[in-house]
Design a protein around this ligand. Structure first.
Ligand SMILES: [Zn+2]
Length: 393
């Protein structure tokens, strides 16, 4: 009997050790853990596969930035930032139908039903539709209590009630009537009417509304009106420029060179305009030398063009970021490709990296992905649709 018990004990110990190795391996494979300052890492074997987002890491982190999938075939932006007691939502794309997808995700992390800050970058559907309630969907403004709203000073829209901007303003104004503060990004930058340029989010982290020339000058492109902001965490900076295009980016670089000693090196950069060729220009990339780049788009989408090279994320965008980093990630991709004129009827999409969560805990960066942790350059989509830039060879 003693011998049997002894053997059972040894077997049990071996089993526990095996489980321990298994758990450790899964953690190693699916959760990237990279020191903040490490740039242009050497090519390492990056495995693919299913992964999960570890809610404990998010809960214990000093900062988390969630790039959310939008639940339909349309490219758009919606980014949740959590820091201290503050929940910030930048944009709510891509369509009215994204609202339930966004709300069910955000509700997992925002437990008091309150968004301390909402940023609406510019007046395009793929950034503001889900703020609005429709007969079918409850929008973000109706679902959450919103304390502060910061949005775009200018638009080329007439703002009539039939336009997306008009509908956005109606929904926003209802929220203001219920007590939300509202400022334009220009008021924030100029610190007018009680607005702040730099908003403290926690002891070590603030959100800085940047100056964009097109806050007070008109552009033929609505994208250039985008609210631009930087999250600052000590020497770590995270840049969000909405859909700002090259003209706006060049102004941004020049303005900060002339007035603030230049834009800083950015650990994280949300690819401008979904990885369009009209954004992430060389001047901006040279100024911020990004380490991690996240593209919110459906890779290979024919939503706007049939030209493969110009479909998000574009060849030109990839060529512009490649000299600075290999760490480029994409939320969603096309599953069933159709030409542009059949886009709405035939296209289906699936997760690429999926929901992407960037966290910082005690100075350590972790990237977590709901689908897989492949960098763009390691994906089959990239290998078949893009030319590998020299810097990535
Ligand atoms: Zn957009």
């Amino acid at each position: 009997m003693k011998i049997i018990k002894g053997l059972l004990g040894i077997l049990l110990s071996l089993l526990l050790i095996a489980i321990g190795f298994g758990v450790g391996f899964v953690y190693y494979v699916f959760v990237e853990d990279t020191p903040v300052s490490e740039t242009l890492k050497e090519d390492s074997e990056v495995p693919s596969g299913e992964t999960g987002i570890d809610d404990e890491v998010i809960k214990n982190g000093d900062l988390s930035i969630h790039f959310m999938e939008l639940g339909n075939i349309y490219t758009g932006d919606s980014i949740l930032i959590q820091c201290g007691d503050n929940d910030i939502l930048i944009d709510a794309g891509s369509e009215y139908s994204s609202a339930p997808t966004l709300i069910s995700y955000i509700d997992k992390y925002v437990t008091d039903n309150t968004l301390e800050y909402v940023i609406a970058t510019h007046g395009h559907t793929d950034h503001i539709a889900s703020f609005i309630s429709t007969e079918e969907y409850t929008g973000i403004f109706e679902h959450y209590k919103v304390e502060n709203i910061i949005d775009f000073p200018l638009t080329n829209s007439s703002g009539s009630s039939r336009t997306i901007v008009g509908r956005y303003r109606n929904a926003r104004d209802n929220e203001i009537a219920e007590g939300a503060n509202h400022w334009t990004a220009l008021e924030c930058y100029n610190e007018e009417n009680g607005a702040s340029r730099v908003i403290q989010l926690s002891k070590d982290v603030n959100m800085e509304i940047l100056y964009n020339y097109y806050y007070e000058n008109t552009s033929s492109s609505e994208n250039n009106y985008s609210v631009c902001l930087m999250i600052n965490q000590g020497d770590n900076h995270y840049l969000f420029t909405g859909d700002l295009e090259t003209a706006g980016e060049k102004c941004l670089v020049t303005y900060y060179e002339e007035n603030h000693g230049g834009l800083p090196h950015c650990v994280l950069y949300k690819a401008g305009h979904h990885g369009s060729k009209t954004s992430s220009c060389p001047e901006l990339m040279e100024a911020i030398t990004p380490e991690y780049v996240v593209v919110c788009c459906c890779a290979g989408t024919s939503e706007y063009t049939d030209d493969n090279n110009n479909q998000f994320p574009t060849q030109e965008f990839i060529d512009n970021v490649a000299p600075y980093t290999k760490n480029v990630y994409v939320t969603t991709m096309v599953d069933n490709y159709t030409p542009k004129d059949e886009f709405e009827s035939g296209t289906t999409v699936k997760s690429m990296n999926g929901n992407i969560v960037f966290t910082v805990t005690d100075g350590q960066i972790k990237l977590m992905f709901s689908n897989n942790n492949l960098r763009l350059l390691d994906t089959e989509w990239f290998k078949s649709k893009r030319t590998c830039p020299e810097a990535w060879l």
